[in-house]
Design a protein around this ligand. Structure first.
Ligand code: ADP
Ligand code: MG
Length: 244
């Protein structure tokens, strides 16, 4: 579904050049939920923008499904548009006829449990609700691939917990393939079928492993906690070896 072969990305030239990603290879199967974890600045956002086609690798090759949909930590909603208009915007830009658009928006808002907030504006919503609007707008693109860049990083733990449940349900219902970037190892252990650990800059594949914990999972279950602790140790080794 997504194939990343020996991909590098260096910003700038000469002595001041920064290598954000170094010869990274990764295969993501259709329907797989892969979490990418790594220290700040290790190239996680760079990786997603390369896969989304917003940026071009300086080495290697990427193949990804038809226009993957990208979602960020900041919901980036238009404050003057209602919830339904924000969600419908990508459809409007694609010239989807109005009746079809309205039906689709209603379905998407029902999916993220926001139907009764359709006429509200973003400032009338909580942070979690705004992020659900952003998720609905991302889903409006009908892409089989969802790229998420720390989407719940700014939310409180309780809200994040609810959104994990919602995202898991939506991903399963729609059979989506997800690449989910986070620096939160618990979140990765809660959500992922597989976890990929990147090294500190330059980002290289440090470690990867399957998550065999049965679903539904709870972020505070002993299994998720112990896997999170194991990954934290690997991450700590990585950061320590980098500092030496
Ligand atoms: P992460 O998302 O893991 O925190 P990024 O992918 O945003 O990391 O950045 C990786 C490295 O590349 C950082 O050192 C960052 O400063 C650098 N970088 C990212 N984008 C650019 C850019 N457009 N120009 C120069 N350097 C950049
Ligand atoms: Mg980032």
């Amino acid at each position: 579904m997504i194939s990343i072969r020996n991909v590098s990305r260096t910003y700038g030239h000469g002595p001041g050049a920064v290598t954000a990603l170094d010869r990274l290879s990764l295969e993501i199967e259709p329907g797989e939920f892969v979490c990418v974890v790594g220290a700040s600045g290790c190239g996680k956002s760079t990786l997603l923008s390369l896969i989304a086609g917003l940026d071009t690798p300086t080495g290697g090759e990427i193949t990804a499904g038809r226009n993957p949909a990208l979602m960020f930590q900041e919901p980036a909603l238009f404050p003057w548009l209602t919830v339904e208009k924000n969600v419908g915007l990508p459809l409007k830009l694609r010239k989807v006829p109005r009746a079809e658009r309205e039906a689709k928006v209603a379905e998407l808002l029902a999916t993220v449990n926001l139907l009764e907030f359709a006429r509200k504006r973003p400032h009338e919503l909580s942070g979690g609700m705004r992020q659900r609007v952003a998720l609905a707008r991302t889903l409006a693109l009908d892409s089989p691939v969802l790229l998420m860049d720390e989407p719940f990083g700014a939310l409180d733990a309780m809200t994040r917990d609810l959104l994990h449940d919602e995202l898991e349900r939506i991903v399963q219902q729609r059979g989506l393939t997800v690449l989910f970037v986070t620096h939160n190892v618990r979140e990765a252990a809660r959500l992922g079928d597989r976890i990929v650990l990147l090294s500190s800059r330059p980002g290289r594949l440090k470690w990867q492993g399957r998550v065999d914990i049965p679903r539904p999972r709870r972020i505070d279950s002993p299994e998720v906690s112990s896997l999170a602790a194991e990954i934290t140790d690997r991450l700590r080794d990585e950061v320590a070896s980098h500092a030496r």
